[in-house]
Write a protein that binds this ligand. Structure first.
Ligand SMILES: Cc1cc2nc3c(=O)[nH]c(=O)nc-3n(C[C@H](O)[C@H](O)[C@H](O)COP(=O)(O)O)c2cc1C
Ligand SMILES: *[C@@H]1O[C@H](CO)[C@@H](O)[C@H](O)[C@H]1NC(C)=O
Ligand SMILES: *[C@@H]1O[C@H](CO)[C@@H](O)[C@H](O)[C@H]1NC(C)=O
Ligand SMILES: *[C@@H]1O[C@H](CO)[C@@H](O)[C@H](O)[C@H]1NC(C)=O
Ligand SMILES: *[C@@H]1O[C@H](CO)[C@@H](O)[C@H](O)[C@H]1NC(C)=O
Length: 436
């Protein structure tokens, strides 16, 4: 009885009949309920959830709805950790604008097109074919959210073949993340550009040696924003030695410090000094400038270099003129300037200015598969996930991350199909309408 209901549910929601007109009833049911290994697609995740409940009375580890996911993560996390991730600059107007901008656009679907159960979400980016246009945003200090931190997030992105970006403020080092991410998987490295060129060179060389193939230079956080939630409790994890692992492990930093803070005989004072050294060299209030980009190119060679934190069409054009290989439209999740434009509002003019000359990534406020669809329809080539993944991480580490990522992929595939598209080439501005 339950199986029958389940089966009818599937037929109602996917155009399977088109595919398998000659199948027997049993074959059809089996192909949906027990897809042969390798034939599952992202939207199969919903079948898995329904099936698990029917068979084992089991429900997912966390909600499939972002608001409920964040609410349960909040209950699981220490208040300073929750606020560190949830908070933004000042009155948090930019955080709110990032979200509100998604409501200005609505999806206008097309119907009666020959769409099949498996939609092609793949893209080609920097010499890689990726199964979906989704990248882990660089997020520091992930052990705040679960003891497994970056190891868990990088593992799950690796499993799914999606790029993982390691932050300079990581609580786990280059080689440990490379190992958990898995050989051959796409790995990116996000640089907070140190004020000391020797350190910069060393970080980039270690990144290269560990298989990080795209360099993301964050240009909006050379000084820390006015983060009211953290200021009110004086919470700054880096001073306590969390989120400084890249500095602690760095051989050039050891030379400059005159000691190795990770040596078994290192004192507490030495560890703290090394933590401060990394934090200060990577955020001491001196802006990076276009004229110094050659220093990165010299070390990074011809491999891709992207600028993250671009919000103006003029800067995107300059990025192209200065030989960058792409930009990521981002305002750091509203954590840097209060009362700034929404990142999604910046996207359209940047896409126009860039005019296909280089890839344009996007982040800021993505909370659902439908949000991803909107960003892609407005011209983003790929999107980055930030806070949703952290809330997943709070739910038992990799299990929660896997659930959140698979949920977003499933909803994206479902939305692409229900909007009448078979692949991302068909997802364009005609499918969204401004709601003003
Ligand atoms: C807790 C936290 C830590 C972050 N750390 C970094 C970082 O180390 N480097 C960086 O470039 N961006 C960092 N970001 C910004 C993200 O890369 C991304 O731009 C932002 O999270 C997007 O907004 P959203 O999460 O609201 O979608 C961080 C964001 C959060 C929430
Ligand atoms: C479904 O159950 C299996 C077996 O217990 C488990 O491995 C899988 O993670 C579950 N899936 C979901 C979405 O809960
Ligand atoms: C692109 O990838 C191919 C095969 O994966 C490799 O042989 C080639 O060297 C790569 N090119 C660049 C520019 O990285
Ligand atoms: C730790 O050991 C190293 C090498 O054995 C030595 O050079 C260093 O001075 C020691 N550090 C401290 C703080 O004792
Ligand atoms: C944008 O790119 C297209 C195709 O490459 C080109 O034909 C067009 O002239 C460009 N538009 C502008 C404004 O540069």
């Amino acid at each position: 009885m339950r199986t029958t209901e389940l089966f009818l549910g599937f037929v109602a929601s996917s155009p399977i009949i088109l595919l398998v007109a000659a199948q027997s009833a049993q074959e059809l049911i089996n192909s949906v309920l027990n897809p042969p290994p390798g034939s599952e697609h992202y939207s199969s995740y919903s079948s898995e959830i329904y099936y698990n409940h029917t068979l084992y009375n089991q429900t997912p580890i966390a909600s499939t709805n972002y608001d409920r996911l964040e609410a349960s993560a909040k209950l699981l996390l220490p208040a300073p950790a929750y606020d560190y991730a949830a908070g933004g600059a000042g009155l948090e107007k930019t955080v709110a604008s990032n979200r509100a901008a998604f409501d200005k656009w609505q999806i206008a679907p097309r119907v009666m097109r020959p769409v099949q159960p498996r939609r092609d979400l793949s893209i080609t980016l920097f010499n890689r074919t990726l199964p979906a246009p989704i990248v882990m945003a660089p997020v520091g200090v992930q052990t705040l959210f679960h003891s497994t931190g970056e190891r868990a997030t990088s593992k799950v992105f690796g499993e799914l073949g999606l790029p993982y970006t390691l932050s300079t403020a990581s609580s786990t080092g280059f080689s440990d993340v490379a190992a958990s991410n898995g050989a051959g998987n796409p790995r990116w490295y996000q640089l907070y550009w140190p004020s000391d060129d020797d350190l910069t060179r060393s970080y980039l060389e270690t990144a290269k040696a560990n298989g990080y193939e795209v360099l993301v230079v964050t240009v909006d956080t050379w000084d820390l924003g006015w983060r009211t939630r953290d200021l009110d409790r004086g919470f700054f994890p880096f001073i306590e030695g969390v989120g400084v692992q890249i500095g602690l492990e760095d051989p050039v930093a050891h030379e400059k410090l005159g000691f190795n803070p990770l040596a078994s005989n290192a004192t507490m004072e030495q560890k703290q000094m090394a933590a401060l050294y990394h934090t200060i060299t990577t955020s001491r209030g001196i802006s990076p400038v276009w004229e110094n980009l050659w220093k990165l190119r010299e070390v990074w060679g011809d491999s891709p270099i992207l600028l993250k934190g671009v919000q103006s069409a003029e800067d995107a054009k300059l990025a192209s003129q200065w030989g960058l290989n792409g930009v990521i439209v981002s305002n750091h999740g509203g954590r840097q300037i209060d009362g700034a434009i929404a990142s999604l509002d910046a996207l359209t003019s940047i896409v126009e200015a860039v005019n296909g000359s280089m890839p344009v990534g996007f982040d800021g406020g993505i909370r659902s598969g439908a949000d991803i669809f909107k960003a892609l329809a407005l011209g983003a080539d790929f999107v980055q996930l930030g806070r949703p993944i952290l809330w997943g991480l709070a739910h038992e580490g990799e299990k929660g991350v896997r659930h959140v990522l698979k949920s977003l992929l499933a909803e994206l595939e479902i939305t692409v199909g229900l909007a009448g598209c078979s692949d991302l080439g068909q997802v364009n501005k005609d499918l969204v309408t401004a709601n003003i």
